[in-house]
Design a protein around this ligand. Structure first.
Ligand code: 13P
Length: 287
């Protein structure tokens, strides 16, 4: 069931658990995540970066694939199709294309311009029945060419953006996309606590969910995080499972080269990873 992320995140915030956003790259990714969500009776958010959207030949293709797959697989749990780190133009394109949720990442603008653009896009999203995520304080690391320094957001700026009526707020708390470096300082719970105190009921979003120690993720959820984004870890388990299949020479046995066989171990690996994350986030059985 494709829905906006508003209700599932309100419930998560009130119930002290988080909904996972898992980024999709192709049909196998989408199918693996949808099937696991249904099996675990968990709400889910499918994240699509602008780069992944382009890779899949555009947002219209993505929306058509996800909506048709959701229907033909008979998915009953709430599923949001969400633009990840959208530009101003990207948000408009996804509203047109049939997404149910968008993120406008205005963190590279100064706060006044971020406020102005977010205000306009909140109206556009809500007029069309979509939920919208905004960002304050760049998330570190590199994602699809978007490079952030891993800064901690200013809680007062978070309140300013939260008050614009966004449905969820991403705020930098020392988190970064991709693999965490050895000398990573960890999440700043002080910052997270201060942000939650300023923003109250607003569901907070933890980007860069791959590789954060489980205990830190759990603590972040107790401090108001209601959505955790995971991309890299699914990519790593997919690559690992595919490599093992090929290194074992299985693509050379019988029709092991058939993509439906070749991509199966990676597909199964994503399913397992998503299940483990849903258990960690506490969203199992919450659909
Ligand atoms: P990771 O790739 O580090 O899991 O981050 C995903 C993310 O935050 C998507 O916005």
């Amino acid at each position: 069931m494709i829905v906006s992320a508003t209700e599932m995140l309100k419930k998560a915030k009130a119930g002290h658990y988080a909904v996972g956003q898992f980024n999709i790259n192709n049909l196998e990714w989408t199918k693996a995540i949808l099937l696991t969500s249904e099996e675990q009776k968990s709400p889910v958010i499918l994240g699509v970066s602008e780069g992944a959207g382009k890779y899949m030949t555009g947002f219209k293709t993505v929306a058509a694939m996800v909506r048709a797959m959701d229907e033909t697989l008979g998915i009953t749990v709430p599923v949001a199709l969400h633009l990840d780190h959208g530009t101003y133009e990207g948000v408009k394109a996804c509203v047109e294309a049939g997404f149910s949720s968008v993120m406008f990442d205005g963190s590279s603008y100064d706060i006044d311009e971020n406020v102005a653009k977010t205000t306009e896009l909140v109206k556009l999203a809500h007029d069309n029945g979509l939920s919208i995520e905004a960002e304050v304080g760049a998330i570190g690391g590199e994602e699809d060419g978007v490079v952030g320094a891993g800064e901690c957001a200013d809680p007062a700026e978070c309140k300013r953006i939260a008050d614009l009526g966004v449905d969820m707020l991403a705020a930098g708390i020392g988190n970064i996309h991709g693999i965490y470096p050895e000398n990573w300082a960890g999440l700043s719970f002080e910052t997270l606590d201060a942000i939650q105190q300023q923003t109250g009921e607003m569901p907070l979003v933890l980007h860069g969910g791959s590789g954060i120690p489980d205990e830190m993720v759990k603590k972040a959820i107790t401090l108001g995080v209601s959505k955790v984004n995971v991309n890299t870890e699914c990519q790593l388990v997919f690559a690992q499972a595919t490599r093992e299949y090929i290194e074992a020479g299985k693509d050379k046995q019988g029709k092991g080269y058939d993509p439906r066989k070749l991509l199966l171990p990676g597909f199964e690996a994503i399913k397992e990873e998503v299940k483990v994350k849903m258990e960690l986030f506490g969203s199992v059985g919450k659909a």
